[in-house]
Design a protein around this ligand. Structure first.
Ligand code: ADP
Ligand code: MG
Ligand code: ZN
Length: 196
């Protein structure tokens, strides 16, 4: 795999070596919460941490990740995956949220970081509103050391939900929104209203 950034910039390597941890699931499944939890634990361990999100995600403050239960943590909004590397100098743990919105270089960027000793924790939607694999998530999941699939609660029946059901008639793949635009549904309730 092509190395995008010179090895010597990663001055402080993790003693245990690098890794890629993927956190995936539907909207409201707790991905951002879990990312914040893991990153906070790294902070307690006195590791240098940096968190990134795509500038395309304009729902919240650009300087913080905010979960649906309003936990937040400072973050940097970047316009491309490759912008992450120059900002990761001397960083031991890199957190990335909304991975599905990043460009096609994101898997290679994560691999470069991990191969240079960085622990990468990356969260994203595994499926779009039609239940199709979203962006680079399939590649990231294949390349990851570990994959955690989280579930939300189906708003219709209370079962485990893995789909993000779009409530508004709009066929574009990306439609930024929250509770007014999406709800978490299980397979049965997702299929009931002819979403696919
Ligand atoms: P994600 O990043 O996966 O969209 P968040 O970490 O931002 O999720 O938010 C998870 C929180 O969302 C839960 O702790 C809960 O407070 C809230 N929430 C709202 N609706 C639901 C739902 N249908 N199922 C589970 N959690 C929900
Ligand atoms: Mg989130
Ligand atoms: Zn259901």
């Amino acid at each position: 795999m092509k190395i995008l950034y010179p090895e010597e910039v990663f001055k402080r390597r993790n003693e245990v070596g690098g890794s890629i941890e993927v956190i995936c699931g539907s909207m409201f499944s707790g991905k951002t919460e879990e990312l914040i939890r893991r990153v906070n634990r790294a902070r307690i361990a006195k590791l240098n941490v940096e968190i990134f999100s795509p500038v395309a995600d304009t729902r919240y403050d650009k300087s913080a990740l905010v979960s649906h239960n309003l936990n937040s943590i400072p973050s940097k909004a970047v316009d491309s995956a490759s912008s992450i590397l120059p900002l990761s100098d001397n960083i031991q743990v890199v957190g990335i949220d909304e991975a599905q919105f990043f460009d096609a270089q994101i898997p290679e960027v994560c691999a470069t970081l991990a191969n240079n000793g960085v622990r990468v924790i990356i969260a994203g939607l595994d499926m779009d509103f039609k239940g199709r694999p979203f962006g680079c998530m399939p590649q990231l999941m294949a390349m990851a050391d570990s994959v955690t699939k989280l579930h939300a609660v189906c708003v219709k029946c209370g079962q485990q939900a893995m789909y993000s059901y779009r409530l508004v008639p709009d066929d574009s793949k990306i439609l930024l929104g929250e509770k007014e635009s999406y709800e978490a549904r299980c397979r049965n309730c997702f299929n009931l209203d002819g979403a696919i």
